[in-house]
Design a protein around this ligand. Sequence first.
Ligand code: SF4
Ligand code: SF4
Length: 336
Amino acid sequence: MLRKNYNNDPERKIKPSFCSLGVTDKCMLKCKICYKWQDTGSEKSPTLMQYKNFISNLRGFLDEGFKIQFGAGEVLLFDGLLDLVKFSSAQGFSTLIASNGWLIDEEMAKRIAGSGLNEITLSLDSLNAQTHDYLRGVTGAHCRVMAAIDYLKKNSPDIKIGINSIICDYNLGDLMPLLEWIVNNDKINSIFLLAITQPNNIEVEKEWWKGKNSCLWPKDTRKVCSFVEHLLKFKSTGAGGKIGNSFAQLEAFKFYFMHPERFVSKTNCNLGGMVHVNAFGDISFLCPKSGVLGNIKKKEDIKKIWFSGKANHTREKIAVCRGNCHFLINCFFGNE
Ligand code: SF4
Ligand code: SF4
């Protein structure tokens, strides 16, 4: 059963709940959780005009204030990204970019301020520079992201800054000090914790947590569960208000770390409600296995694509999938 039944929705009112534009897969960091940086092939990206046409088309379908997320690789490497942010804001969308902070110096922070960006999430895995740089694969990554926070707040006092931090074996002992620092830091609005999963951009490996890519998986899962217990207690106090993860998600983290072989979600996969455009302009659901529905270079109407027979059929398949791909434990956990 679908959570919301698109096929029995004659008025076609059920719209996407999330939209991400993955404008580039390129990145200057070499994170241990993501192998996007190994892909050095050339991207046949849509032009700025094609992106703008898509965003305008989207505006005809979605309500004012809907949030567009710009993400994938390091988005600020995409020439014209801030032009797209400005254009999206002018169309009435709320805008968010996910960045590693490497390119945000004073000059970039001024340009970001000029774009009207509402929100930015930055990756920060520890207050310890060595730990962060080890996980991000490049010396100096910590120094740059810490400077980025200051530059952003100085130039855009109203911007919301969120921190994304991985929970893994390597930084487990650093996470409580990081959390306390964030709670007491007026420049930062929130922290979102991400359970370690199989690195991005590699073939799905069965029982990856036991295989060659498992080095960051916690050796002692009881320790990680005890940390999550602390988080749950901390979140229930006033001081824990900056923790973006829901109580249900934190509970799911404990289950996930104890039983990675079991399906992570108590309900159906919700990615059939989320639309994604990759760096080639392909439109799809967020599930990496769901196939392409269209391409923004072809100027197809997103509403027609969204309610097409192919999209409905794919959504049905997504809703009953028990793939246990671990994709669902983090950003797309939903409200269970
Ligand atoms: S996780 Fe983000 S910062 Fe790290 S390599 Fe991937 S895209 Fe770059
Ligand atoms: S593989 Fe299945 S569970 Fe994973 S995101 Fe796709 S549809 Fe959802």
